[in-house]
Design a protein around this ligand. Sequence first.
Ligand code: PNS
Length: 169
Amino acid sequence: MLPFRLIMAEAVFPGSFDPVTHGHIDIITRAASIFDSVTVAILNHPDKVGFFTVPERMAMLEEQVREISPHVRVDCFSGLLVDYLAARKARVIIRGLRAISDYDYEVQMALMNKSLREDIETVFLVAREANSFISSSIVRQVATLGGDISKFVPKNVVQAVLNKIAVKK
Ligand code: PNS
């Protein structure tokens, strides 16, 4: 049961989510307890092939957000993030901050987005300590090398990663 939401506005949580991890789920859950609605927006990169296709990533995320709140939806976007927000009449970007190494890149993005659209605010949620070393890329690497990823990603994602590795071999 989530506590009552504090801010009557939509927040957009953008990312690659290739694949979604427990770290992402925690940020989505916490954002959903603050904002009226949360849209998890997967970047559909025009010239970068992901580990999972965008529809595969959307399906995995949808299975997860169903358990969080009916106020969370999953979408994808291409082009500038600020244009996507403008189209949704949204003003808030959510990003998770893990270690200090995230800081440079995240501040650069937040400042760029603000200079592209003054009314945009980026809200950072600090990752829980337990999730502070988890990233999609490290999870993919560990799984590809035969390591157990079940502590880092939801159950449906573990199986999907293993299936994908088998197909790619
Ligand atoms: O999960 P990621 O890969 O760290 O997410 C990065 C993402 C998708 C948030 C970022 O690359 C992005 O917003 N891309 C859209 C293009 C854009 O708006 N670029 C200018 C602002 S940096």
